[in-house]
Design a protein around this ligand. Structure first.
Ligand code: COA
Ligand code: MG
Length: 274
């Protein structure tokens, strides 16, 4: 599961300590945008130490600086000496950028590719097709700046890219992680944006503050109603009357075997190891 993906600056020792106790599905120790240039080297050492010490939840990764910056290469070299679960690569423009990151890392380390540049949007499919890529992440702040989008309460300008990202992730069996919501004190706005992300099919959301975790976990978990309906579909197809049938009746509606597959997929998401 990757319902709640919490970022924190790797330069913030208190946030690292706190992240070990929080119920988020994934933690990303950031070396990039959240760390000032003068703190980059110290933050890298802190991230490596934190990964070695462990104690986080199911998934922990590090966001490196771009390989076209003075820090990116050293970030990769340092992480290559750890067993970090995944590396978040910022501003991935094409498959070549992914390869540059992956070839330095141990074979068990996965790549989470941030799509946050116009070129990244256009090459999303090639990026997703690379081996060891595990997730596509929408980087809304950089993307808004690069595209020149105007303010929009409903993320109107991002909708085509949100839909493209989910379709690409599904086509290649990857996680699709929605972008951050900056106004972390606006709980209502955050809940609405989580619901929108869920509607588009995202698996989870990038978070910047602990107060966003519970809302994201709830929004990206199957609801009780969805679970009950899925169980009814599975039970109906398991009954002897459904033998040899492609379409059956459940609660007054036509249900086909494709709905059975969707129901099984939904129920599988209840498994905490998923
Ligand atoms: N991860 C873990 N812990 C965090 C956290 C995070 N992202 N953000 C805040 N906290 C902790 C604080 O350390 C504080 O801990 P404590 O009081 O229990 O000791 C507690 O949560 C409350 O924090 P709060 O005072 O509300 O936040 P702040 O004003 O100190 O910080 C931000 C606000 C936005 C600067 C901070 O949340 C942050 O750095 N977020 C992540 C930014 C980031 O990584 N951006 C890159 C991706 S876009
Ligand atoms: Mg950024």
């Amino acid at each position: 599961m990757a319902r709640s993906v919490l970022y924190l600056p790797a330069s913030n020792a208190r946030a690292i300590e706190k992240a070990r106790t929080l119920p988020c599905d994934a933690v990303v120790l950031d070396l990039e945008d959240a760390v000032a240039p003068e703190a980059k080297v110290e933050a890298r050492a802190a991230a490596v130490e934190a990964i070695r010490a462990g104690g986080f939840g199911p998934r922990v990764g590090v966001r490196i600086n771009g390989l076209d910056t003075e820090w990116g290469g050293d970030d990769l070299d340092a992480l290559a000496q750890t067993n970090v679960g995944f590396v978040v690569a910022p501003k991935v423009n094409d498959a070549g950028d992914s390869l540059g990151v992956l070839e330095s890392l141990p074979g068990t380390t996965r790549l989470w590719a941030m799509i946050e540049t116009p070129k990244g949007l256009l090459h999303m499919m090639d990026i997703a097709a690379m081996p060891r890529v595990e997730a596509l992440m929408l980087g809304v702040n950089d993307l808004a700046a690069a595209l020149g989008t105007g303010p929009s309460p409903d993320r109107e300008p991002f909708k085509p890219w949100m839909a493209s990202m989910v379709a690409t992730a599904r086509a290649y069996g990857l996680l699709a992680i929605d972008g951050v919501f900056n106004r972390f004190t606006d709980a209502e706005g955050f809940a609405a944006e989580c619901a929108q992300g869920r509607l588009y099919g995202f698996d989870g959301k990038s978070l910047i503050h602990p107060s966003q975790i519970d809302g994201a976990n709830a929004a990206f978990s199957p609801s009780e109603d969805e679970v009950a309906k899925a169980r009814a579909v599975v039970a109906a197809f398991a009954a002897p009357e459904a033998d040899g049938k492609g379409a059956i009746r459940v609660d007054g509606q036509m249900v086909e075997r494709l709905h059975l597959v969707a129901a099984q997929r939904l129920l599988a998401r209840l498994d905490p190891r998923a």
